[in-house]
Design a binder for this molecule. Structure first.
Ligand code: ARG
Length: 452
């Protein structure tokens, strides 16, 4: 019997059905149903014999879902109803007992929490793997100088290891964020029923323990309405993808002939259909471009949740596609970043040539004057005038004459020329977190410790 006198409109079905995407929840749905049935039997809400039949049936259904033989039916609205329908076909009328003391509202919240937890855990591992790869590349290029940039203008030289480690720290923070998402998935919604709790003395803690939740949601209304953990995953994923976009963007710039700092391996590049000389860093470009899509997924779910009255509303079905898309996109991007970075080659000659630009030492010359007693602001002005003289005459700072130096400041002597000799300006960056080799080695050690 049905409450309805008319069949559903075909367009309504297309709008309302979620089976086309929520089939991905099926392994979690089966696990959840097994734990639920076991609890119902332990609490004597269903018989042990019924539970055994449900378990056998659910294992058959799990096998069909796993090997692709599960017979989806035209009327299946979502994965929960499809599994219960099939269970009843396989096990008989006992299948109808599975939904005792459960609603699709607490069921779907539980499946989504389990899915999110698994993918947050996976993202944390992928992030750590990429961070370790970056550490290895940093170690291989420990003392390769390159210009550091501000405003995309050459600013001060740094070691390539130091630059790459900047990304490692972003990823270490991403890993912490994903660990927080795992924790946010830790309270079991199941047992809330439709919204008010259920008319049976269930044991929610037993179900929580069986499914790896550390606690149960305290409020049944909150339990069926809460999607904070999805927002948390989407936010962590958006931030992580934003980090990858900055890495990708730098690889794109650096692999241009104008920079010429690096070359991505052939496995991570593509050619042009018309220009035979081209080797394009497409993977890096796509890392750059994917981030806004993950931000949009976060924004979409914020839009769904905004102002949504308690408790369950069908709006909540719109949590899944943004979540699935962010998981798929982020996991692929992390895998690609890992592959691209582990096979990239850096060009020592080009990096060294760019890093030996003497104007990068301007701050260091100013600090020389500071060490001789001059206030920094005044030293800044004097070095600016020296730079201007050199730029106007089209020569490097070291080609300024002694007379030109002394005219700018009597405090300047041969130490000026010594300071401009190769590399000296990196090893003087001795402050904690700076680019001198001793500090970079320290940093490498801390990064490795953080990833343990
Ligand atoms: N497909 C639904 C969803 O994803 C499952 C829950 C349906 N609950 C309901 N009361 N209609 O949200």
């Amino acid at each position: 019997m049905s409450r309805f006198g008319e069949p559903q409109d075909a367009a309504f079905r297309r709008l309302n059905d979620s089976i086309s995407f929520d089939w991905r929840l099926s392994p979690y749905d089966v696990d959840q149903s097994l734990a639920h049935a076991a609890m119902l039997a332990a609490q004597r809400i269903i018989s042990a014999a019924d539970e055994a039949e449900l378990r056998r049936g659910l294992e058959v259904v799990r096998g069909e879902l796993a090997d692709g033989t599960f017979p989806f039916a035209a009327g299946d609205e979502d994965i929960h109803m499809a599994i219960e329908r099939r269970l009843t076909e396989v096990a008989g009328p006992v299948g109808g007992r599975l939904h005792t003391a459960r609603s699709r509202n607490d069921q779907v919240a539980t499946d989504v929490a389990m899915f999110t937890r698994a993918h947050a855990h996976d993202a944390g591992q992928r992030v750590a793997r990429l961070a370790r790869t970056l550490i290895e590349v940093a170690e291989r290029h420990l003392d390769w100088p390159l210009p550091g940039y501000t405003h995309l203008q050459r600013a001060q030289p740094v070691y390539l290891s130091h630059h790459l480690l900047a990304y490692v720290w972003m990823l270490i923070r991403d890993r912490e964020r994903f660990a927080a998402v795992v924790a946010a998935c830790g309270r079991l919604p199941l047992g809330a029923g439709a919204l008010a709790g259920v008319n049976f003395d269930t044991d929610r803690h037993a179900v929580a323990a069986a499914l790896g939740f550390s606690a149960v949601a305290e409020n049944s209304i909150d339990a069926v309405s809460n999607r904070d953990f999805v927002l948390d995953y989407l936010a962590a994923a958006a931030t992580c993808a934003t980090h990858l976009s900055r890495l990708g963007a730098e690889i794109v710039l650096w692999s241009s002939e104008e920079f010429g700092f690096c070359e991505v391996s052939d496995a991570w590049a593509s050619g042009s259909s018309i220009m035979p000389q081209k080797k394009n860093p497409d993977a890096a470009e796509l890392l750059r471009a994917k981030a806004p899509r993950l931000v949009a997924n976060l924004s979409a779910l914020h839009g769904v949740m905004h102002g949504l009255p308690l408790t369950y509303n069908k709006d909540l079905q719109e949590d899944k596609e943004p979540l699935f898309d962010s998981c798929d996109t982020l996991e692929l991007c992390l895998e690609a970043a890992e592959g691209m970075i582990s096979t990239i080659t850096f060009r020592a000659d080009r990096l060294a040539a760019a890093a030996s630009d003497q104007f990068l030492a301007a701050t260091d010359v100013a600090d020389l004057l500071v060490r001789r007693g001059m206030p920094f602001r005044q030293a800044h002005g004097i070095v600016a005038s020296l730079v201007r003289t050199a730029v106007t005459q089209g020569k490097p700072l070291s080609a300024l004459t002694r007379d030109e130096l002394v005219a700018a400041s009597p405090l300047l002597d041969d130490e000026f020329y010594r300071l401009l000799a190769d590399g000296a300006w990196l090893e003087t960056k001795v402050s904690e977190g700076g680019t001198s080799l001793r500090r970079v080695r320290e940093q490498l050690h801390h990064a490795r410790q953080s990833l343990r």
